[in-house]
Write a protein that binds this ligand. Structure first.
Ligand code: NAP
Length: 254
């Protein structure tokens, strides 16, 4: 039974894999046998993460990419194919959060959030998907958020982008099932990363998390990795277009 989670010699691209949730997923996939492409805008942390993957006995390369730029995404795909000859798994994870009252969100901030969190996911899925279609196989995992299902305060752009990621997951899952490409999403609740550091340092916010979340705490990046291993492996072979919430129970209560 254990072999249904096996990822030996599979090749995974993890965008935003340098740190946070992306890093935890990259290490998780590597632990189950995958070789990893850390595709990130920040090189220093990416190199560090690649080093940690190599210590596990897997291969890892770093590719600098801004997921809003199609040319850079195409280069990421080319480099991956040159180095590893194939792509089995794409984890769309690079994302940003900007908060403001809706009446104060600048057009530039709205565009930036949408460009990275939604258009970037689509462009990466399209470029990698074209390679997966040739091989008639692949798994795409989109890191959405429970903010794509219920609204977080002062996060209209972020919420909208993550809601878009969920419908993008359903669309791609539906259209690419015929190519044997499975597309699923993970929707985390509040996870302790650089993105949430300032929020979690705020006593009021932390109290709100403790009250709203049945497990009464924020999650850790490693607690997202198991679902990514599951979605990347045969263990999830009858899933596509689906979303797994990992939120300590937040979205299950009124
Ligand atoms: P994080 O610690 O800020 O990591 C995000 C990574 O993505 C960073 O290395 C960042 O590099 C990189 N990145 C940002 N813009 C990029 C771009 N244009 N191209 C390529 N890479 C880029 O964030 P995280 O908390 O791990 O979040 C990862 C994903 O999970 C995001 O999609 C986020 O929305 C989602 N999520 C997070 C939480 C949470 O509570 N943390 C909850 C739900 C969903 P730089 O910092 O150098 O820009």
């Amino acid at each position: 039974m254990k072999e249904i989670f096996d990822l030996t010699d599979q090749v995974a691209i993890v965008t935003g894999g340098a740190r946070g949730i992306g890093k935890a997923i990259a290490l998780g996939l590597a632990n189950f046998g995958a070789n990893i492409v850390i595709a990130d805008i920040s090189l220093r942390e990416a190199e560090q993460t690649a080093g940690e993957i190599e210590k596990l006995g897997r291969k890892a390369i770093v590719v600098k990419v801004d997921v809003t730029k199609k040319r850079e995404i195409d280069k990421m795909v080319r480099k991956t194919i040159q180095h590893f000859r194939k792509i089995d798994i794409l984890v769309n994870n690079a994302g940003i959060l900007k908060t403001a009252e809706p009446e104060n969100i600048s057009e530039a901030d709205w565009d930036k959030v949408m460009a990275i969190n939604l258009k970037g996911y689509f462009l990466c899925a399209q470029a990698v998907g074209r390679e997966m279609i040739k091989r008639k196989q692949g798994k795409i995992i989109n890191i959405a958020s429970i903010a794509g299902e219920i609204a977080f305060a002062q996060a209209a752009a972020y919420n909208s982008s993550k809601g878009g990621v969920i419908l993008l997951t359903e669309s791609l899952g539906c259209d690419w099932a015929k190519h044997n490409i499975r597309v699923n999403a993970i929707a985390p609740g509040v996870i302790e990363t650089a993105m949430t550091k300032d929020f979690l340092a705020n006593k009021k916010f932390l109290e709100m998390v403790k009250v709203k979340v049945p497990l009464s705490r924020a999650g850790k990046p490693e607690e997202i990795a198991g679902a990514a291993i599951f979605l990347a492996s045969k263990a999830s072979s009858y899933m596509t277009g689906n979303v797994i919430n990992i939120d300590g129970g937040w979205t299950t209560i009124l």
